[in-house]
Design a protein around this ligand. Structure first.
Ligand code: NAP
Length: 373
């Protein structure tokens, strides 16, 4: 039996991970929260869907002084850490996993957190454990799509990534805190071979999605902006934009960005509950359809300029299952000893598109590839 401990199991993504991994052969699931009652409520719900699953609820706070001993006492084989925001978070959870000889997977989208994670590599190798950061949409899934599309090119000049989440999908407090952490803040983006400064939720672009037509999107500070120039040789530009369905939300974030740039408010953390309440009130004012788009542009073996776009569409609010999928794929592979590599690194090209297709086969999610010319 492998014991999987989900930190933040009551969360938007943590809860989905618990539901989807419960009852996996040869596994035992531990759902954690800062409140035992909340963790038990998730256990009861998950158990109703998977009556044979071995599952328990435990109180765990990653900020408590006893966190190290509390996690070690659970004797985990695999820890899935979903308790963001990762922006500004230290590596305590991963370090405790190294000490206790447990594998570790997180959903991190904090650029510095993901980029500097390989500082744990040596210790992880010594202990024979695997620590994977960013096992989520970015860079977990995005890198796998890039690996699939890059075969069509001799050289790649530009990668453009954008996500258009469904408005009706509820947002977790950690996700809201993450996206507000870089609102109006400067960050570096590689454009035409030069590092240039952009600001969070600014740099508005028009983007066409096959399913919704034109949407306006804004720049976000994500790990891919720093990782991809090292992952894809010769890359000259890499951008990431988020296209929110509700114009009022996009305008609010854009305006807040100017408030930050004017030096009036630098830390939006206290506003996270207000944002979460507002988005819950207004959740009915949009659709349950979301999308993701990755475009690679470059030269083919015949020196012809080419662009290839991967377009994903998720209906029925199933887009929320995507950020959980890379972590689940890696956890399932670890359970059956299908991953032999050890160390600590970002989730880059760690699975195949067919792994992803099987992982999301129960959901209303599909994708296609468009090529020009
Ligand atoms: N890389 C990507 O592409 C990507 C994509 C989507 C999301 N994400 C990231 O995924 C993370 C999770 O998002 P979410 O929407 O699921 O957030 P969420 O709903 O707020 O869930 C986070 C959970 O963490 C738990 N938690 C908070 N503080 C804790 C602490 N001190 N100790 C232990 N547990 C704690 C909370 O549970 P209790 O309150 O019950 O303790 C909460 O349920 C976010 O940081 C988001 O940015 C990454």
């Amino acid at each position: 039996m492998k014991r999987i401990v989900v930190i933040g199991g009551t969360g938007h993504f943590g809860g989905r991970i618990c539901r989807r991994i419960a009852g996996e052969k040869n596994t035992e699931l531990v759902v954690t929260s800062r409140s035992k009652t909340k963790a038990q409520a998730v256990v009861d719900k998950v158990q109703r869907g998977s009556p044979t699953a071995i599952i328990s609820a435990v109180r765990l706070d990653r900020l408590s002084p006893e966190f190290g001993s509390d996690l070690q006492a659970l004797d985990p084989d695999i820890v899935i850490h979903t308790a963001g925001p990762y922006q500004g978070q230290d590596y305590r959870v991963a370090e405790v996993c190294i000490e206790s000889g447990s594998h570790y997977i997180d959903l991190a989208d904090g650029r510095d957190f993901v980029q500097e994670f390989d500082g744990l590599d040596e210790e992880a190798k010594k202990k024979g454990v695997l620590l994977v950061t960013g096992a989520s949409t970015l860079p977990g899934l995005s890198s796998v799509v890039i690996d699939l599309l890059r075969k069509k090119f001799k050289s790649i000049q530009e990668i453009e990534i954008s996500i258009a989440p469904a408005h009706q999908t509820p947002r977790g407090a950690s996700t809201i805190a993450a996206v507000l952490s870089y609102c109006g803040m400067p960050f570096e983006v590689l454009i035409d071979g030069n590092w240039v400064t952009k600001h969070g939720w600014h740099d508005i672009r028009r983007r066409r999605y096959p399913i919704f037509g034109i949407r306006y999107s804004a720049a976000c500070d994500v790990p891919d902006l720093g990782l991809l120039p090292r992952y894809v040789e010769g890359l000259k530009s890499v951008t990431f934009h988020a296209a929110l369905e509700a114009k009022w939300e996009q305008i609010a974030l854009w305006s807040m960005g100017w408030v930050t740039r004017a030096g009036v408010i630098k830390n939006w953390d206290p506003f996270v509950p207000i944002f979460q309440r507002a988005s819950n009130w207004l959740i009915g004012m949009g659709s349950d359809v979301g999308g993701m788009q990755i475009t690679l542009s470059g030269k083919t073996a015949d020196n012809v300029s080419k662009s290839v776009t991967w377009n994903l569409t998720a209906r029925q609010n199933h887009g929320a299952e995507i950020p959980c999928s890379p972590a689940l794929i890696i956890a399932r592979k670890l359970v059956v000893d299908e991953i032999s590599v050890r160390g600590a690194f970002p989730c880059l090209g760690m699975f195949s598109m067919s792994d992803f297709a099987s992982e999301v086969s129960d959901f209303d999610i599909d994708w296609s590839v468009d090529e020009s010319p």
